[in-house]
Design a protein around this ligand. Structure first.
Ligand SMILES: *Cc1c(COP(=O)(O)O)cnc(C)c1O
Length: 434
C-alpha cells in the first residue's frame, strides 16, 4: 500500500494537534500502529489519502450503523444545510427526533439533546443527584461514560488503552463520591447496597459494556441492579450512548427487558454529526431547567444538522429489517472467527451482541474488566496490523468494540475471517495454541 500523502499529513497533524489527533484512541498507540488518514467514506468502506480502501469496522466508533454516507442521510443533511445550520430557537426537527426517541425507547417520556455522550452522562448524574439529594455514584470498572471528572475512575476505552488509572488534572475530590465495582458481579453490587444503599444517588452502567471490548451482561445482572436501585430509592442510569438504536431499536433496555430511570444516548442518534441526549420519565426530566432547578444548557444543542441526520437514520432503522440484517452479519462474523480460532488451536473468547463484537485473544472467557485485561494485547496488535495491511480496519485496541453496518456484505465478513485465520495460524505463543 502506498502511504506518501497520508505520511505527510500525519507529520503536519503531529505538529498542530496533541498526539496528532482529537481523540486519543485514534493515534493507534495501543497497537503501535500508524493511523490511516482518511479522505472519504462510502458504505462499508473508507478510502485514505493515497486511495487505499478499507473495510471499516470502526464506523467512527459507533455512529454509522447504516455505513458511511447513506443516501437518505446525505439527502436530509443537504436539505437542512440549505435552510441553515443553527438558529438558537425551536425547530421542527428537534421535536421530531425527540418524538421518535420517546416512541422507541421504553423508559423515555421526555428527552434533552446535548452535544456529546460525555455531556449526556454528566447531566444525567446531575439530575440523579438533584432527585435523590444524595452524592454517591456507582460505576463499573472498565466502563467508559465520557470524560467528565466524576466518571474518570477506572474507566474503559482510551483510558484503558493507555493504562492510565484515571487522568491527571482530576481533583481527588471529584471522584471521591464515585464507587467502582466489578462489572457483572451481582454479589459485589448487593453487598454495596446492603452497606451504603441509602447514600447512592445513581448507578450508571453500560447495559452491554462496549468500552472494555464488548462484554454482555450476565443473566440477572441488570434485573438485580433494577431491583436494588428501586428498593433503595437510587436512580438507575443506562448509558446507552453506544447501545442505543444499535443492539435493538429500543436499545439494550428493550433487548433485556429492564427499564432504567434515565437513559443516555449519542452516536447512532446523530448519524455521525456531534450529538448526545438524556431522557427518562416526565417527573425526573421536569427537574431540568427551565422546568426545574437542575441547570443544563447548550448553545448548539439540538443542532438542526444532527437532528436531520438522526431522524433519517431512525427512519431507516424503524421497521426492524436492519436489525435482522445486522444479526445475520454479526453471527456470520462470530461463527467465522470462532471456527478460525478453533482451526488454529488458539483460545479466543468472542463476545457479541448484535452488531457489536470483540475477539479477546488468548483467553476463553471475558465477563469483566479483569478477564478482558488477561487477553493478549500483543497478539491483538499483530492481528490489527495484519488486518490493516490487507485493507481491514478494526478499532485499534483490544478494549474497543468492532461494529458492523447494514452496508457490510457477506464477502467483507469472509475476507476478514480468512485473514484472521492466517494470523492465528502463525502465532505460536498463545495459551491453547500448538
Ligand atoms: C462513546 C461513549 C460515551 C462518550 O460519548 P462522546 O460523544 O464521545 O462524549 C459515553 N458512554 C458510552 C457508553 C460511550 O460508548
Amino acid at each position: 500500500m502506498s502511504d506518501a500523502r497520508a505520511r505527510a499529513l500525519r507529520e503536519r497533524a503531529e505538529r498542530a494537534l496533541p498526539g496528532g489527533v482529537n481523540s486519543p484512541v485514534r493515534a493507534f498507540r495501543a497497537v503501535q500502529g500508524t493511523p490511516p488518514a482518511i479522505s472519504r467514506g462510502e458504505g462499508a468502506f473508507l478510502f485514505d489519502e493515497d486511495g487505499n480502501r478499507f473495510i471499516d469496522y470502526v464506523l467512527a466508533y459507533g455512529p454509522h450503523i447504516l455505513g458511511h454516507n447513506p443516501p437518505e442521510v446525505v439527502a436530509a443533511l443537504r436539505t437542512q444545510l440549505e435552510r441553515g445550520v443553527a438558529f438558537g430557537s425551536t425547530v421542527a426537527l428537534e421535536v421530531e427526533l425527540a418524538e421518535r426517541i420517546v416512541d422507541a425507547v421504553p423508559s423515555i417520556e421526555m428527552v434533552r439533546f446535548v452535544n456529546s455522550g460525555t455531556e449526556a452522562t454528566m447531566s444525567a448524574l446531575r439530575v440523579a443527584r438533584a432527585a435523590t439529594r444524595r452524592d454517591l455514584i456507582v460505576k463499573f470498572a472498565g466502563a467508559y461514560h465520557g470524560h467528565a471528572d466524576a466518571l474518570l475512575a477506572d474507566a474503559g476505552s482510551g483510558v484503558a488503552t493507555l493504562s492510565i488509572p484515571g487522568s491527571e488534572g482530576v481533583p481527588a475530590r471529584a471522584t471521591a463520591d464515585t464507587v467502582v465495582l466489578p462489572y457483572n458481579d451481582i454479589a459485589a453490587l448487593t453487598e454495596l447496597f446492603e452497606l451504603r444503599g441509602g447514600e447512592v444517588a445513581a448507578v450508571i452502567v453500560e447495559p452491554v459494556a462496549g468500552n472494555m471490548g464488548c462484554v454482555p451482561p450476565v443473566p440477572g445482572f441488570l434485573q438485580r441492579m433494577r431491583d436494588l436501585t428501586q428498593r433503595y430509592g437510587t436512580i438507575l442510569v443506562f448509558d446507552e450512548v453506544m447501545t442505543g438504536f444499535r443492539v435493538a431499536y429500543g436499545g439494550a433496555q428493550e433487548l433485556y427487558g429492564v427499564r432504567p430511570d434515565v437513559t443516555c444516548l449519542g452516536k447512532v442518534i446523530g448519524g455521525g454529526i456531534p450529538v448526545g441526549a438524556y431522557g427518562g420519565g416526565r417527573a425526573l426530566m421536569e427537574l431540568v431547567a427551565p422546568s426545574g432547578p437542575v441547570y443544563q444548557a447548550g448553545t448548539l444543542a439540538g443542532s438542526p444538522l444532527a437532528m436531520a441526520a438522526g431522524c433519517a437514520v431512525l427512519d431507516a432503522l424503524h421497521d426492524g429489517a436492519a436489525y435482522e440484517r445486522l444479526e445475520t452479519l454479526g453471527s456470520r462474523l462470530e461463527r467465522g472467527l470462532a471456527a478460525a480460532a478453533d482451526d488454529a488451536g488458539v483460545d479466543c473468547a468472542i463476545n457479541r451482541v448484535g452488531s457489536m463484537l470483540t475477539p479477546f485473544l488468548g483467553v476463553s472467557e471475558v465477563i469483566d474488566f479483569e478477564s478482558a485485561r488477561a487477553a493478549s494485547t500483543a497478539t491483538f496488535a499483530t492481528l490489527h496490523s495484519a488486518w490493516l495491511g490487507r485493507g481491514i480496519l478494526w478499532p485499534p485496541s483490544q478494549f474497543e468494540t468492532g461494529f458492523i453496518s447494514t452496508a457490510h456484505a457477506e464477502a467483507d465478513i469472509d475476507r476478514t475471517v480468512t485473514c484472521f485465520l492466517d494470523v492465528l495460524s502463525s502465532q505460536t505463543d498463545l495459551p491453547g495454541s500448538g
